[in-house]
Design a binder for this molecule. Structure first.
Ligand SMILES: Cc1cc2nc3c(=O)[nH]c(=O)nc-3n(C[C@H](O)[C@H](O)[C@H](O)COP(=O)(O)OP(=O)(O)OC[C@H]3O[C@@H](n4cnc5c(N)ncnc54)[C@H](O)[C@@H]3O)c2cc1C
Length: 388
C-alpha cells in the first residue's frame, strides 16, 4: 500500500502541470497514466497560445495569466520550451466576415487585448504570400506559441527531481472515498491512498467521474491536422481563418459555408513549428473516441490552406494525425473541488485551449489544495455550474 498527499490522474499537459505545481508546493504526488505520457490530446495538437480565439471572460483572463507562467517555466524547466511571441493574424475574406470580426475585436479590446484590423497594404507587409483576395486581417502581437511536447518533457524531468512518483500503463478500476481521503485500486490490484485526487483525464474525465458516481459533462471533440515538410516562413506571424474563430467560439454566427464544412467544423489554423514544419489544422467533430483521420477532412483543410496561401500547392504533406479535445458543453474548463466529495478535484475540459491554459490550471489546483487563495477566482468553473 502506497500513501501520498495527492493522486493525479492523467499524464497529459494538464495532469503534468498540476503535478509540477503541487510538488513545488511541497506535496507528495503520484501521477497515474493509463498508457504513456502525452498519449491523449497533448501530443496530437497545435502549439498556440492564441488570445484572439478566447471569448472575453474567464478563458481570456486565465490565458493572460498562463502566458506569464510560461515565461517563468521557460527559466525553471531544464529544456528550451520553444516559446515564441510572433503575433497572430485572422484573415478576413469578405465584408460579411469583416462585420463579425470587427464586433468581436471590439469586445476583446474592451477586455484589454490590443488587436488591430489591418488593411491590405499592411497585411502584405506581414504576409507577402497571402491570397490577393483577402480584404482585411486582424493582428494581435500577444499571440504566441510553445512546443507542448517539450513542455511535457520539461515538467516530467523537473517533476522527477522534485520527487514525482509515476505509475504508467496503469488503469484505475476502483475509487473509494474514505474517512481520511481516497483510495484507488489499479488493474494490477495495487492500492494507492491519498488525501486528495485530481482528475485530469482529459476527454476520459467522465469515466473517472463515473467511478465515484458523478456525471462530468466532458466529451471528445476530434481535431485532424496535417503536417508539412519543413519550409521557410510564409510570413511574420501564424494565421487563422475568420471561419476558425466562428467555428470555435461563435457557431451561431455560421458564415457562408458548405454542408461538409459545417459537419466537420472546419476552421483553418496555420502554425510554423521551430523545425520549419507547418501544422495545418483542423476540424471540430463529435465522433466519440475515434482518433482516425479522414481523407475528406484532410483534403478540405489542405484546400483551405492552399486557397489562402497558393504557394503551399508546391509543399508536401508528410503526415496527418487526429487528437481528442476534452470538450465541456459550455466551452469552459471544469476546475475545482467536487461538492460533497471532499478532496476530489477536477482539472479537465479545456477543449482547444489546454496547451495555453496548462500552467495556470496547474497553479490554481496547487493553490486550492494547499489552502491558498488562488491567483484567479475560478468559482464559475466549478462542476456545480451544471447543477451536478
Ligand atoms: C487538433 C488539435 C489542435 C489543438 N490546438 C491547440 C492549441 O493550439 N492550443 C491549445 O491551447 N490547445 C490546443 N488543443 C487542445 C489541447 O490539445 C487540449 O486541450 C489538451 O491537450 C488537453 O490536455 P489534458 O491533459 O486535459 O488531456 P490529454 O492530453 O488527453 O491527457 C489525458 C490523459 O489522461 C489519460 N487517462 C485517461 N483515462 C485514464 C485513466 N482511467 N487512468 C489514467 N490515465 C488516464 C490519457 O491516457 C491521457 O494521457 C488542440 C487539440 C487538438 C486535438
Amino acid at each position: 500500500l502506497d500513501r501520498f498527499d495527492v493522486i493525479v490522474i492523467g499524464g497529459g499537459i494538464i495532469g503534468l502541470a498540476a503535478s509540477y505545481y503541487l510538488l513545488k508546493a511541497g506535496k507528495r504526488v503520484v501521477l497515474i497514466e493509463k498508457n504513456e505520457f502525452g498519449s491523449g490530446a497533448s501530443c496530437a495538437c497545435d502549439d498556440a497560445i492564441f488570445f484572439q480565439s478566447k471569448k472575453p471572460g474567464i478563458n481570456l483572463e486565465l490565458t493572460l495569466g498562463s502566458i506569464e507562467l510560461y515565461k517563468s517555466l521557460s527559466g525553471e524547466l531544464d529544456i528550451d520550451l520553444e516559446f515564441e511571441n510572433s503575433g497572430g493574424m485572422v484573415l478576413i475574406e469578405d465584408h460579411e466576415q469583416l462585420k463579425v470580426m470587427e464586433q468581436f475585436v471590439k469586445e476583446q479590446n474592451s477586455f484589454g487585448l490590443q488587436i488591430e484590423i489591418l488593411d491590405k497594404k499592411d497585411i502584405l507587409k506581414k504576409q507577402p504570400y497571402v491570397n490577393s483576395d483577402i480584404v482585411a486581417s486582424t493582428y494581435c502581437k500577444k499571440d504566441s506559441q510553445i512546443n507542448p511536447m517539450r513542455v511535457m518533457r520539461g515538467l516530467i524531468s523537473k517533476g522527477k527531481k522534485l520527487g514525482l512518483e509515476i505509475r504508467k500503463s496503469s488503469k484505475i478500476i476502483e475509487i473509494n472515498q474514505r474517512k481520511d481521503g481516497w483510495s484507488i485500486r489499479l488493474d494490477n490490484q495495487k492500492i494507492i491512498e491519498s488525501e486528495y485526487v485530481v482528475n485530469s483525464a482529459g476527454a476520459w474525465a467522465a469515466d473517472i467521474g463515473a467511478l465515484i458516481g458523478i456525471h462530468i459533462p466532458i466529451v471528445p471533440k476530434r481535431g485532424q491536422i496535417a503536417i508539412s515538410e519543413p519550409v521557410p516562413a510564409l510570413g511574420e506571424t501564424n494565421v487563422w481563418s475568420a471561419q476558425y474563430i466562428v467555428t470555435k467560439i461563435a457557431p451561431e454566427l455560421q458564415m457562408n459555408q458548405s454542408e461538409a464544412y459545417k459537419r466537420l467544423g472546419i476552421g483553418l489554423a496555420l502554425s510554423r513549428a521551430s523545425t520549419g514544419n507547418y501544422l495545418i489544422g483542423s476540424t471540430r467533430e463529435y465522433v466519440g473516441f475515434n482518433k482516425n483521420t479522414t481523407v475528406e477532412a484532410i483534403q478540405i483543410i489542405l484546400d483551405e490552406a492552399r486557397r489562402l496561401f497558393p504557394v503551399l500547392k508546391t509543399v508536401h504533406v508528410i503526415r496527418t494525425f487526429a487528437g481528442l479535445r476534452p470538450a465541456s458543453c459550455d466551452g469552459k474548463p471544469i476546475i475545482g473541488e467536487v461538492t460533497d466529495k471532499r478532496g476530489f478535484y477536477i482539472a479537465a475540459g479545456h477543449e482547444g485551449d489546454g496547451i495555453a491554459l496548462a500552467p495556470v490550471t496547474g497553479k490554481v489546483i496547487a493553490d486550492l489544495i494547499s489552502g491558498k487563495k488562488p491567483m484567479y477566482n475560478i468559482d464559475e468553473l466549478n462542476l456545480k455550474r451544471f447543477n451536478n
